[in-house]
Design a protein around this ligand. Structure first.
Ligand SMILES: *[C@@H]1O[C@H](CO)[C@@H](O)[C@H](O)[C@H]1NC(C)=O
Ligand SMILES: *[C@@H]1O[C@H](CO)[C@@H](O)[C@H](O)[C@H]1NC(C)=O
Ligand SMILES: *[C@@H]1O[C@H](CO)[C@@H](O)[C@H](O)[C@H]1NC(C)=O
Ligand SMILES: *[C@@H]1O[C@H](CO)[C@@H](O)[C@H](O)[C@H]1NC(C)=O
Ligand SMILES: *[C@@H]1O[C@H](CO)[C@@H](O)[C@H](O)[C@H]1NC(C)=O
Ligand SMILES: *[C@@H]1O[C@H](CO)[C@@H](O)[C@H](O)[C@H]1NC(C)=O
Ligand SMILES: *[C@@H]1O[C@H](CO)[C@@H](O)[C@H](O)[C@H]1NC(C)=O
Ligand SMILES: *[C@@H]1O[C@H](CO)[C@@H](O)[C@H](O)[C@H]1NC(C)=O
Length: 491
């Protein structure tokens, strides 16, 4: 009964602010209810909202004493109230005890204020609460107990140092929590165990490296997170180790910019993995085994990754995006990085986007063309490409858009890869062969010419021979002498 009165009141209020175009007599009727039933009106006139003011007033300033309160019809047809107190210079003194939110409030944004304490709120329909960008230091036990329908809670960029077991108690419907950018170094056991619906956990930018140490690296065990968790963000947490092997439901893991040097076994359902900026030197064979669902692998800005070894990306049949952007030390990709099966056409690769922008890759072995069969985009901008005959295969691949400019040879310097004709991809060896033939021919021609010249000169200089032929008489000393063999010693 009371509920219907409330509803009526809300409709009345909506009529009052002329959101609903009710018929005139209806408005009069409900306005009467409003004026006669004073105590219940308090529910609507809120500390946060100034409902007398016309909605969407263009003169409404962010720093007036009231928040921006918006009324609209929800998908279910019920009126709902969205309250935006972002950047309203709210301090702890603003709250007087428990703040009862207007009936029907589903979203409350208190971000970018100067709160150091979590306000004690009460609102049975609140689903989204943003307390980000404040100076909150602690989350008292069960502080969200009277907003138990919360599905999304944002506590990012605060000064929280510790999360106690009961801090999030009484939030059975919580689906997403953002705790990034705090100073959390310790999380008590089972801090998340009541959040049975938790799907998205963000812990990035907290120094949790000593918390998740070698011996106690199991995230699920230590936090009590349900294994239905789908998205985990733990970037820049100074982690050296993390064990996610219990995460049977985990689909996206963002673990970039940690000090991870290797990864322990990852859950099978994973489809998106980001380990950018980690000091991994090389990926050994079958580095990511059995990730049959992995679609995106993000390896940006890897500082000391030099090479992708043979079989490093073997056994990832769904991999469609591989991003190595900014991994400046990466200079070689093994021809068998996807394994030999690809080449033997035993497994297909799904690779569609390969980002090598800003790496040190000069060339790609033509053996890779088998793995590139489905590739649509190759971004190799900023890499010192050597556009010679060894890269011609890449130019000849159909359906592939290649972005990048050539560094070498000099003739093709700064030309866009896609604008160069296939036959222009030449090797010095090929050019050398042509030149050799040409030079040999030239040399032979020269030798012939010189010979002819010398012959002519010699002929011109040589004096004419004056040979006189005389007949030799019998008494002449030049006449034939016959030496007898037995008288030879006497002579
Ligand atoms: C929740 O509401 C109950 C009853 O109004 C009150 O006793 C309790 O202190 C409230 N809890 C919080 C955390 O505000
Ligand atoms: C973490 O910190 C870095 C730099 O300190 C910042 O660029 C990034 O946006 C932060 N990320 C989150 C999720 O807070
Ligand atoms: C790991 O961390 C836990 C608590 O965070 C601590 O009790 C344990 O001693 C640490 N182990 C090592 C090897 O640092
Ligand atoms: C990261 O952890 C190491 C020890 O494990 C510590 O010396 C270092 O200060 C931590 N860095 C940050 C930013 O917390
Ligand atoms: C990871 O955690 C699981 C479950 O706790 C455990 O069985 C496994 O040995 C751990 N792996 C490593 C490498 O610590
Ligand atoms: C490449 O590696 C060297 C040392 O191995 C390191 O000094 C340098 O910072 C790395 N380059 C980048 C861009 O990280
Ligand atoms: C691999 O097999 C597919 C059909 O299964 C065929 O269309 C394709 O041409 C083959 N590729 C090579 C390189 O043999
Ligand atoms: C490409 O890789 C194959 C297989 O490893 C190798 O035989 C060939 O020499 C490589 N080609 C070049 C130009 O390096």
């Amino acid at each position: 009964m009371k509920r219907t009165v409330y509803l009526l009141l809300l409709v009345a209020f909506l009529g009052y602010v002329q959101v609903l175009r009710a018929q005139e007599e209806d408005v009069v009727q409900v306005t009467d209810v409003q004026t006669t039933d004073v105590p219940d009106v308090v529910v609507i006139i809120s500390h946060l909202c100034h409902f007398e003011k016309p909605l969407q007033d263009p003169t409404d300033l962010d720093d007036d004493q009231y928040c921006d309160c918006d009324v609209r019809n929800s998908d279910a047809g019920m009126p709902e109230i969205l309250i935006n107190c972002r950047k309203h210079h709210l301090v702890d003194g603003f709250w007087e005890g428990m703040e009862v939110l207007p009936q029907g409030t589903t979203r409350l944004d208190l971000s970018h204020n100067a709160l150091t304490l979590v306000p004690r709120l009460s609102g049975g329909q609140l689903r989204y609460l943003n307390l980000g960008h404040n100076q909150i230091t602690t989350i008292p036990d069960k502080v969200f107990g009277n907003v138990s329908q919360l599905e999304e809670l944002d506590l990012s960029i605060n000064r929280i140092e510790m999360l106690s077991t009961d801090a999030l108690a009484g939030l059975p419907n919580l689906k997403r929590i953002d705790l990034s950018g705090n100073f959390i170094t310790k999380i008590e056991v089972n801090a998340f165990s009541n959040a049975l619906q938790l799907r998205h956990l963000i812990l990035s930018n907290n120094s949790l490296g000593t918390f998740f140490n070698r011996t106690e690296a199991d995230l699920y065990l230590r936090l009590g997170v349900t294994n239905r968790l789908e998205v985990l963000e733990m970037q820049r947490c100074n982690l050296t180790d993390i064990n996610l092997s219990s995460g049977v439901g985990l689909e996206r893991a963002l673990l970039g910019h940690n000090r991870l040097e290797q990864l322990t076994k990852l859950p099978k359902q994973l489809s998106y993995l980001d380990i950018s900026g980690t000091p991994i030197r090389s990926f050994p064979a079958k580095f990511l085994p059995h990730l049959l669902h992995l679609e995106s692998l993000i390896l940006q800005d890897m500082p000391i990754l030099y090479t992708l070894e043979a079989y490093a990306l073997y056994g990832l049949p769904r991999l469609s995006t591989l991003n190595l952007q900014g991994s400046r030390n990466l200079s070689s990709i093994h021809p068998h990085v996807f394994g030999q099966n690809v080449i033997r056409n035993e497994t297909d690769t799904e690779l569609k986007r390969l980002i090598l922008k800003g790496t040190n890759i000069r060339t790609l072995n033509s053996t890779l063309q088998f793995a590139f069969e489905n590739l649509r985009l190759l971004d190799i901008r900023g890499a010192p490409l050597r556009c010679d005959c060894q890269l011609r295969w890449l130019r000849d691949l159909s359906n592939l858009m290649t972005l990048g400019v050539c560094m070498k040879p000099n003739a093709l310097r700064n030309q866009r890869f896609g604008t160069i004709e296939s036959h222009q991809f030449q090797c010095r060896a090929e050019q050398f062969w042509i030149y050799t033939v040409f030079n040999v021919l030239l040399a032979i021609l020269l030798i012939v010419l010189i010979s002819i010249g010398i012959f002519l000169i010699v002929r011109a200089i040589k004096p004419k021979p004056h040979v006189q032929l005389r007949t030799i008489g019998a008494t002449s000393p030049y006449a034939r002498v016959t030496i007898e063999p037995n008288r030879a010693e006497v002579l």
